[in-house]
Design a protein around this ligand. Structure first.
Ligand code: SAM
Length: 236
């Protein structure tokens, strides 16, 4: 097993400031200069965002609710959250990603000046301070091995008062085989290592810090797959 920690984080940061930024900006965009695989990932990821929004909008809605979008990428979740009236803190380890998210949000804010402008920060998620009603972290854990992911989950839970939503690529026999034969993460995305996480390991990391899973969702297209968990403090 590879040692978890600083070096891994540095290589992820550097990837998402360079080739990764170019690749994911396209995938998470609307232009048609994407190949078939990238289009499939775009469609799958949009479904994860939709399912996350459906979880978050339920109950009392999002108006005035503080939400921390950890590893916000180009703002695919930040922007719909903001449109629903949430008070969003959006951060990412890659400053290029944060700048792109800010640019995309500015377009929406210009048309809807009544919305609260999200606070954007370039920082790794373990440096996030403050407390939020809800913390969300979509498709970030895939870049880290389980030993590292457990610490990240603990930190994210410590920043959330009521609710934590996490998505990750689930480790199942089927996906493990696909990953091994190179069917998944095709092309340039191989520039970073991708880690699958066993759902029970993620759940255990949550339980260890006093949180319990309340809802689950799954999105799977041909090249994209993501398990979404909602957790709340076990005492609630
Ligand atoms: N959450 C966004 C979404 O779903 O649209 C982006 C997902 S993208 C696959 C992964 C993002 O996680 C990248 O923007 C990357 O820079 C960011 N990231 C990776 N490691 C991180 C860390 N340790 N802290 C914060 N962000 C991180």
């Amino acid at each position: 097993a590879q040692a978890a920690g600083g070096d891994e984080m540095e290589s992820v940061r550097s990837y998402f400031n360079t080739q990764g930024f170019e690749r994911w900006k396209k995938i998470y965009g609307e232009t048609d200069d994407v190949n078939k695989v990238q289009l499939d990932i775009r469609i799958g990821h949009a479904q994860t965002v939709e399912k996350t929004m459906a979880f978050l909008k339920g109950g009392d809605g999002l108006k005035g609710v503080t939400v921390c979008d950890a590893g916000c990428g180009t703002g695919s979740l930040t922007i719909p959250l903001c449109e629903e009236g949430a008070v969003v803190n959006a951060s990412d380890i890659s400053s290029s990603m944060v700048e792109e998210a800010e640019r995309r949000a500015a377009v929406v804010l210009e048309k809807n000046p009544q919305l609260t402008k999200p606070v954007f920060q370039a920082q790794d998620l373990e440096s996030i301070t403050g407390k939020y009603h809800t913390v969300v972290c979509l498709d970030v854990l895939i870049h880290y091995p389980q030993e590292k992911a457990a610490g990240m989950i603990a930190h994210l839970a410590s920043r959330a008062d009521k609710r934590l939503l996490l998505s990750f690529a689930p480790k199942t026999p089927y996906y493990s085989v696909l990953k091994r034969i190179g069917e998944l993460f095709p092309g340039p995305s191989k520039a970073t290592r991708a880690y699958l996480h066993a759902e029970e390991d993620v759940e255990q990391a949550l339980n260890a810090v006093g949180w319990k899973v309340t809802r689950r969702e799954m999105t799977a297209t041909k090249f994209y797959f993501s398990r979404l968990l909602e957790a709340v403090p076990a005492s609630s």
